[in-house]
Design a protein around this ligand. Structure first.
Ligand code: XAI
Ligand code: MG
Length: 562
């Protein structure tokens, strides 16, 4: 076993001595050592109960004859960090989580891992770290939150709460109505209840075959979820106890090119968060899989969008998808059109995805549509290109509420704070294209999520006619004509930095186009006098991050000399 490196031989007596101090007995040194990577943190609704999940999983591991070692990563709650400079730390936390997983697992030569993520950056961070370690790994997330309801029974969630701020700003709802939403949008522990980034990534782990069926949809804090934790713990022990299985189920044997393609295909079918593009590109690179931004549109053209979930459809949440058949039902339906879902890939459950979904079916076609009655014949995400995004830009087409093609006058803001003030201050009117730059991975730094401005635009009734483009990114709760990840970003001299108020921006989602009506001469002239703004920083970690991060078309990966 890998752990023999720290537990076998006379020269490891000191190592065993230290491990005995943690409670190990003689027979424990014959057993596999399992890392239990927990992300318990009291600040996040999807994580405050994970300390109890860790106890359940360790109990199951011991019963199965393995030795669990629990350790913790950090976590950021994007919703609490939203709309202020705390959000600068969100995406960078993904790198800290990945490196902490790699550090603990490799320093102590553990044999296998069960990872317990849940919210936004913690999922990709754990996957990226686990790929670097490349031991058998099963992911079992904390689980999604219940949907909320206002006093009159209307389904609500965190997206409702953010958009209610815009409505309140516009005088459309009272203080009391805002308070009702505040008190009911997040009714339980779990990851926020819509197809936001957390639940998007938790469903994609099922599609990649690295989490068990139900991981993305079985509600947190339920007996069914506890059984899922236990099942995952039993499965990782079965693998760790078998020499062949330990080799067969190395994570990169499972999370291979098929798995990455499956993730994007299911993402398209379910209209996942635009952040999935950023994270799946980073995961593909850590998995040493050759997959690039332009591959995504090819998948989008071959996959129907058959599940519309909040924020794209405010009445449908993860609990509804679970009752309607879950991710397996979506994947089974996709096979009917032979859609770009490669179901013969090996999965950590020990059976191919095809075997896994053979008995799945859609139990409620109002919730999960059939492929002959899709919401759209193309997937719920698109990558746009043009002179404004030579290296690409991302839009969640599933969330568009107005036209899929529009042109409008640019209203430019250097940074999110300026944009929020401008939108509230009436600088933006119907038909405009809001441009927020210097919020990219390098420019922010940290590539903030722009849920505050996109929710203001929605809440102030401009969601159907005002588009927003940024080199930053969006929350999974963002709706509308919101185009993010514009690359190259302003901080590296991208075209978005050269835009001026009044420039005509053209967006055509079905032509995969994002451009500005400027002649090459005008662009060259503007570039001559252009020096990107470099924001003053006080955070040493963000300073390091800014010097290492690459743009969104690479998944905002950190440079490495490997
Ligand atoms: C706050 C949210 C909903 O978690 C958002 O940050 C997202 O990315 O989905
Ligand atoms: Mg987020």
């Amino acid at each position: 076993m890998r752990s023999d490196e720290v537990k076998k031989g006379f020269d490891r007596a000191p190592h065993r001595s230290l491990l005995r101090a943690t409670g190990l007995q003689d027979d424990d040194f014959e057993k596999p050592f399992i890392g239990v990577a927990n992300s318990f943190i009291e600040l996040i609704p999807g994580h405050f109960f994970l300390n109890k999940v860790g106890v359940i999983i360790k109990d199951e591991i011991k019963k199965c004859g393995c030795v669990p070692f629990e350790f913790n990563t950090i976590g950021v709650d994007d919703g609490i960090a939203m709309g202020h400079d705390g959000m600068l730390f969100s995406l960078p936390s993904r790198e800290l989580i990945a490196s902490s997983i790699e550090t603990v697992m490799n320093a102590h030569k553990l044999d296998a891992m069960i990872a317990i993520p849940n919210c936004d950056k913690i999922v990709p961070g754990m996957i990226m770290g686990a790929l670097r370690v490349n031991v058998p790994t099963i992911f079992v997330s904390g689980g999604p939150m219940q949907k909320g309801h206002t006093e009159d029974g209307t389904p609500i969630d965190l997206a409702t709460a953010f958009e209610a701020v815009g409505k309140h700003e516009a005088g459309e709802i009272t203080d009391e109505e805002l308070h009702d939403i505040e008190c009911n949008a997040c009714p339980s522990g779990g990851s926020c209840s819509g197809m936001f980034t957390a639940n998007s990534m938790n469903t994609l782990m099922e599609a990649m075959g690295i989490a068990l069926p139900g991981n993305g949809t079985i509600l947190a804090l339920t007996p069914e979820r506890e059984e899922l934790y236990r099942k995952a713990a039993r499965r990782i022990c079965e693998i760790a106890l078998d020499k062949q299985a330990r080799e067969k189920y190395l994570l990169r044997n499972i999370l291979n090119e098929n798995a990455v393609r499956n993730a994007f295909a299911v993402d398209m079918a379910m209209g996942g968060s635009s952040n999935t593009v950023l994270h799946m590109l980073a995961i593909a690179r850590e998995a040493k899989v050759d997959f690039n931004l332009e591959d995504i549109n090819k998948i989008s053209k071959r996959v129907s969008h058959i599940a519309k979930i909040s924020p794209s459809l405010s009445t449908v949440h993860m609990e509804d998808i679970n009752v309607a058949g879950g991710v397996n039902a979506v994947m089974k339906e996709m096979t009917k059109r032979g859609e770009d879902i490669l179901l013969d890939n090996l999965t950590i459950t020990g059976e191919s995805t095809l075997e896994k979904i053979k008995d799945a079916y859609i139990k409620d076609t109002n919730i999960i549509h059939t492929i002959d009655n899709p919401y759209s014949d193309v997937g719920g995400l698109a990558i746009l290109y043009g002179n404004l995004a030579e290296e690409g830009a991302v839009i969640k087409t599933a969330g568009i509420t107005g036209a899929r093609a529009l042109s409008g006058k640019a209203v430019c803001f250097d940074g999110q704070a300026e944009a929020i003030a401008g939108i509230v201050g009436g600088k933006v009117t119907h038909g405009d294209v809001v441009v927020i730059r210097y919020e990219g991975p390098k420019g922010g730094p940290g590539m903030q999520e722009m849920l505050a401005p996109t929710s203001l635009i929605m809440g102030m009734g401009m969601g159907d006619t005002v588009a927003l483009i940024t080199d930053g990114r969006f929350s999974g709760a963002t709706r509308g004509a919101s185009i993010g990840h514009v690359s190259p970003e302003a901080a590296e001299g991208g075209m978005i930095g050269l835009l001026k108020d009044g420039d005509i921006i053209n967006i055509d989602v079905d032509a995969y186009l994002l451009s500005v009506d400027l002649s090459d001469e005008e662009i060259a002239k503007r570039r001559e006098n252009f020096t990107p703004i470099k924001k003053p920083l006080t955070s040493s970690w963000l300073g390091q991050y800014r010097s290492l991060v690459t743009n969104a078309s690479n998944g905002a990966m950190l440079k490495t000399d490997l």
